[in-house]
Design a protein around this ligand. Structure first.
Ligand SMILES: [Zn+2]
Ligand SMILES: [Zn+2]
Length: 439
């Protein structure tokens, strides 16, 4: 049973649903991330009459403001150069349900939106993994300006949620957990157990790579034995599920064995307050059934009758092999100790900041983001973060200074000093962005 930090004042009995199929947005007619992804789901739900259940409340899409985006992501060189319309509505729609949950109008909700967002990180130079704006991160940081303090994001897409991880890597007040097919076998390649959060937020990032072939049993074992205890220890105010459905056994982009009923069970066990659709590319074979099972589970209704036309045909990893795999995985997680590099630079107001270098591949346009990160060591808050980023294709550069949620005075002062130092530089190649989440 998961613990919540605060007991709700009243318990709403509605489940929210919102469709945004983004008919006008596509990466190409034959691209797996295309508009038909939600059409079959809508038809199936309509035909089965689930939208008429008294518990269900439908919501209309809305556009996300660039201010809400800016609390989570720096869009470079500036938002106007990217085609953001569909992404802003996908994120805005997730915000509508997040806000309805915060206002206690619904007990939980499911944003059935596209395009997806979980590969979009702290810096946006373009589209990667079909994602430009990160809906879950935008919702989390928006709600944190309005009293929701601690948020757990559980990513059940088959691909590692590397963008979401990136946004919250230095934030001890967001627990990010990603279950995904082992990165050595699938895009984007990251998500090993050694990635456990930045120096001020160690342990707030939990990666659970899964063996190809694992199905319902393996997924649920990880959920009950790793995910739920970590959530209980973290005591979140809210749980957001990045509900990717490409673990389904018919998905063309992955090799997992999860069924629609398995997805229903995952939702029943996880009990998210908000689920946001991420990936899932088996348009007719999986999405209508998986979405239906997730939604029925959110409604507290019986999902056992939801069945695909086919049964999984590939070899499934089961039984003792599952238990042994996760025992070894947790042992490996405990063995990881990270020695952070320290640096002293003229633009940093104090010596010995933590330092790391990261890079991200933008597969849609085939370029790299190269980034240097400096993190102020702090015991009182998440710490100031300075990101110096470069687009390897255009050679444009950006500087992002982040004031963390719940900042201490020293971290705010440090951020303002760095910002002043860079904003005075008169370089046309540099965008200097101050992200003030300090309140
Ligand atoms: Zn995916
Ligand atoms: Zn601080």
């Amino acid at each position: 049973m998961r613990k919540k930090a605060k007991a709700p004042e009243k318990v709403p009995d509605k489940t929210g649903i919102l469709f945004f199929p983004a008919f006008d947005w596509s990466l190409g007619e034959t691209h797996p991330e295309r508009e038909e992804r939600l059409l079959y789901t809508q038809e199936q739900m309509f035909e089965e009459g689930v939208l008429d259940l008294p518990r269900v409340r439908q919501f209309a899409p809305a556009v996300c403001s660039l201010n809400a985006v800016a609390r989570a992501q720096a869009v470079l060189p500036e938002p106007g150069v990217h085609s953001l319309e569909a992404h802003l509505i996908a994120a805005g729609s997730a915000l509508v349900l997040g806000e309805a949950w915060r206002r206690k109008e619904i007990a939980n909700g499911f944003a059935l939106v596209r395009p997806p967002g979980h590969h979009a990180g702290a810096v946006v130079w373009g589209n990667r993994g079909f994602c430009t704006l990160n809906s879950e991160a935008i919702v989390a940081n928006d709600l944190r300006t309005r009293g929701v303090r601690r948020i757990a994001i559980v990513d059940t897409d088959v691909h590692h949620g590397d963008g979401t991880q990136d946004i919250f890597y230095h934030d001890p007040n967001v627990l990010f957990i990603s279950l995904h097919q082992d990165g050595r076998t699938i895009y984007p390649g990251s998500g090993g157990v050694e990635e456990q959060g930045g120096p001020n937020a160690w342990g707030s990032c939990v990666n659970i790579p899964l063996l190809p072939g694992m199905g319902d049993e393996g997924f649920l074992y990880a959920l009950e034995n790793i995910v739920l205890p970590k959530i209980a220890a973290f005591e979140p105010d809210m749980i957001i599920n990045a509900a990717g459905q490409d673990n389904h056994f018919t998905d063309p982009l992955a090799e997992m064995n999860v069924t629609a009923k398995g997805y229903g069970k995952i939702t029943e066990v996880l009990r998210p307050d908000l689920a946001v659709l991420e990936g899932g590319y088996s348009i007719q074979g999986a999405l209508p059934y998986v979405n239906m099972a997730i939604f029925l589970a959110l409604c507290g209704a019986d999902y056992s009758g939801v069945r695909e036309y086919y049964a999984p045909s590939c070899e499934e990893v089961k039984g003792a092999a599952v238990r042994e795999y996760f025992r070894d995985l947790e042992e490996a997680r405990k063995q990881v100790h990270h020695e952070w590099q320290r640096v002293t630079e003229s633009f940093l107001p104090s010596p010995n900041w933590f330092y790391r270098e990261v890079e991200f591949f933008y597969d849609t346009d085939d370029f790299m983001e190269k980034r240097r990160e400096y993190i102020r060591p702090c015991r009182d808050c998440g710490g100031t973060v300075l990101m110096m980023t470069r687009n390897s294709m255009t050679l444009e550069r950006g500087v992002i200074v982040r004031i963390p949620f719940g900042t201490c005075d020293a971290c705010r002062l440090a951020a303002e000093r760095i910002y002043d130092c860079f904003i005075d530089e008169d370089s046309p190649m540099n965008r200097v962005v101050l992200v003030d989440n300090g309140q």
